[in-house]
Design a protein around this ligand. Structure first.
Ligand SMILES: [Zn+2]
Length: 285
C-alpha cells in the first residue's frame, strides 16, 4: 500500500501497527471494533495529516483516542489535528505542554538549530497551536479498544517528567516513547537523571518481549536491557566525576571513554559530548 514517503507500517498483531518513520518519529495505530487509537501525533500539523491519511488506508474507523507518550514537540505538536479525539497524556505532560517558557524555548531551538531550521516542515513549528492532552492521569489507565486491552502506565520521571508507556498485555507489546530505544542515545536535555535509572529498571522488570520505540527500529527484551544499562552506566559514571570535582567537559570525555566499548556504535553516540554536560548540571544541583 502507498503510505507516506519514508514510512513503513508494520502489523505487529491483529489490528496493531507500528508506523516507523525513517530518521524521524514513530507512531502507533491500534484498530478496535469501531474506533482507532493513535500513539503520538507527530511534530507538526502536516505530519499529523499524513498520519491520519495513512490510518484511513488501513481502516475507515474514526480515531477516537490519541495518546501522547510525552510532551516533546516531535511527538505531540500534531495534536491540533485531532480535536475530535480524546487526547490522553500524563498530568506532567499536560504541565509541560502548557508551560509557555518550555514552548518558547523549543520554538527558538527549532528556529536556530542547524539540525532542523532548514527542514521542509520547520516553518510550521512557528505556527503550531500547541495543544495539550484533554484527559490526563497520574498512575495508570486502561482502555478497551475493541478486544485490545490497552494499559497506559506511568513509572516515574525519565526522559521527561511525564513519560508514559502503552502496554498491550495480550499481544506482549510495549510502546516506549523515547525512554527505551534500540541502540540509540536518547535526548537527555529534559531528562531526570536522579530518577531515570530506577524508572528503566521498572520497565525491564515488566518482562515484555517486544517494544516500539519513539525513534528507530523495533526492539526486543534484550534491547530494553541494553537501553537500561546505558542509562545506568552513563548516569553513574557522570555522578562519579561530579563527586571527583571534574568539570563538565572533562566528565563528558571520561564518561564517553568508559561507554565507548559497549555503546560506541549506537546512533547518536557523538551527541554525548554535549549531552553529558547537561546531565552533569542536573546531577550537581
Ligand atoms: Zn522526546
Amino acid at each position: 500500500m502507498n503510505f507516506t514517503e519514508n514510512t513503513e507500517i508494520i502489523e505487529l498483531g491483529n489490528g496493531i501497527y507500528a508506523r516507523i518513520h525513517k530518521d524521524l518519529t514513530n507512531s502507533g495505530i491500534i484498530v478496535g471494533d469501531d474506533s482507532v487509537l493513535v500513539i503520538d501525533s507527530l511534530r507538526v500539523p502536516s505530519f499529523a495529516k499524513d498520519l491520519k491519511s495513512d490510518v484511513k488506508k488501513i481502516t475507515d474507523k474514526p480515531i477516537k483516542y490519541v495518546v501522547d507518550t510525552h510532551s516533546h514537540w516531535d511527538h505531540s505538536w500534531g495534536n491540533q489535528e485531532f480535536l475530535d479525539s480524546t487526547i490522553i497524556g500524563h498530568d506532567n505532560c499536560y504541565d509541560e505542554m502548557t508551560d509557555p517558557d518550555i514552548i518558547e524555548n523549543w520554538r527558538n531551538t527549532l528556529d536556530t538549530s542547524p539540525l532542523w531550521k532548514d527542514a521542509d516542515w520547520s516553518a510550521e513549528t512557528k505556527i503550531v497551536t500547541v495543544t495539550p492532552p484533554n484527559l490526563t492521569f497520574s498512575n495508570n489507565m486502561t482502555l478497551h479498544v475493541g478486544d485490545h486491552e490497552v494499559v497506559l502506565m506511568y513509572l516515574g520521571k525519565a526522559h521527561t517528567s511525564g513519560d508514559i508507556y502503552i502496554h498491550l498485555p495480550k499481544e506482549d507489546i510495549l510502546f516506549t516513547g523515547d525512554v527505551i530505544q534500540k541502540q540509540r542515545i536518547p535526548y537527555l536535555g529534559d531528562g531526570h537523571p536522579k530518577d531515570w535509572p530506577e524508572t528503566d529498571s521498572k520497565i525491564v522488570d515488566l518482562g515484555i518481549d517486544n517494544f516500539v520505540p519513539g525513534h528507530g527500529d523495533l526492539g526486543q527484551h534484550i534491547d530494553m536491557v541494553d537501553a537500561k544499562n546505558l542509562i545506568h552506566e552513563l548516569i553513574s559514571a557522570t555522578n562519579t566525576e561530579v563527586q571527583n570535582g571534574r568539570n563538565p567537559e572533562e566528565t563528558a570525555s571520561l564518561v564517553m571513554d568508559s561507554l565507548k566499548g559497549n555503546y560506541g556504535n549506537w546512533w547518536g553516540f557523538e551527541t554525548l559530548s554535549f549531552q553529558i554536560p547537561m546531565v552533569y548540571e542536573k546531577l550537581s544541583k
